[in-house]
Structures are given as C-alpha cells and as structure tokens.
Design a protein. Structure first.
Length: 202
C-alpha cells in the first residue's frame, strides 16, 4: 500500500533543542488504515525572539525583572521594565508585592497586571542586593516563572532580558540562557523573549 510519512509541524522550529527534535512525532498515514503514532509528542512550546516593547506583546502573562523584594517599592525608582510597568500598570502590582515576603534569588511570584491587558505579571528576583545578576539566578528565574505559568495553565508568556544591562550580562548570553531553559521546560505554551530597543549591549 502507498503511504506518506511526515514530521509533525511543531517539530520543525529551529529553536527546539537537538534532543527535543529527536523526540518529535513522526506520523505515518497509509491508505485505508488508521493513523499510527510512532512516538509520543513532547510539550509543544515555541520559543521566539522579538525586539520591541515587552508591554505590547501578544501574551497572556509577562515577566518583570525584579529584585529580592527587600526594599519597599516606593523607596526605589524602578527603571527599565519595572519602571514601564509602574507607569502603565499603576501601583497595584507593586502594592501586592509589598505584602509578600523576601524573594529568594532566582525565585518568582505572581501579581495581578493592574491596568495592563495581561492576566498576570510574574516578578522574578533576577538580581542580587548589589544589583548584579548571575547565570544561576537567570536560569532559576526562568524555570520558576515558567513553573508558575504552567501551573496556572497560561498559554503564552513574554520575558524581558533578565540580568542584562545593569545586571552585568550581555543581551546575547541572556537570550541564550532563557532560550535554553525554555526549551527544557514542561510549559506547553509559547515563550517570547523580548529585547528592548534601548538595550543593545552585544
């Protein structure tokens, strides 16, 4: 009998790691027979990189590169992503943060999105008390943010470049770290990594 074999479209994305591409689904269709599943399907998340405004992304939830939540939000002058969120979301997300305990380095917590059109904001402690980041902090921030997103069954999430700029890391390395962790996660939604036009450090 004549047949046709093809690779599941979701497996063609170059952002998937080699291990995941190897585990992708191959379907085999033969006339007058039922569809045969050769191997199981891995989580179908897609990782994409964008340049632009994090707050304009088509995502259900966004990530805020926050600190360890030790200093009161009103004591700080939020810059970058946090500053933009404060201006456009209003103070409610930060008032919710003020009621929470200290966040471990690399930890993540969730608040409402205030006036922003997202379902929530996930705040990650990507920098230390010295306002510097580390690869471990960035990786943990991504893992914990995606864990919240998966638990809440969000279908898409947008990340800023956690640890880039004042955190001391280059944009290219941060993108690589976030993509690496996102490709290994159990989160099945779409992941956006957003580089602000104002952050151009190679």
């Amino acid at each position: 009998m004549e047949g046709l074999s093809f690779v599941e479209p979701g497996c063609r994305f170059p952002s998937l790691s080699a291990a995941w591409r190897a585990a992708c689904l191959t379907r085999s269709w033969v006339k007058n027979t039922t569809l045969a599943w050769v191997i199981s399907v891995p989580p179908s998340n897609m990782v994409q990189i964008f340049e632009g405004d994090l707050l304009n992304q088509d995502a259900e939830v966004i990530v805020n590169a926050w600190n360890r939540n030790i200093f009161p939000w009103w004591f700080l002058l939020p810059q970058g992503v946090s500053g933009a969120i404060k201006r456009r979301a209003g103070l409610e997300p930060f008032r919710e943060l003020a009621k929470m305990k200290m966040i471990p380095l690399g930890g993540a917590v969730e608040t409402t999105a205030g006036k922003l059109p997202f379902k929530a904001i996930i705040h990650v402690a990507g920098i230390s008390l010295m306002w510097r980041s580390s690869e471990r902090a960035i990786r943990s921030s991504v893992v914990n943010a995606l864990e919240i997103a998966a638990k809440k069954k969000y279908r898409s999430i947008a990340f800023p470049l956690i640890g880039a700029g004042t955190g001391g890391f280059s944009t290219s390395l941060v993108m690589k770290i976030i993509r690496d962790e996102a490709e290994k996660t159990a989160f099945e939604g779409d992941v956006r990594i957003v580089q602000s036009k104002s952050v151009q450090r190679p």
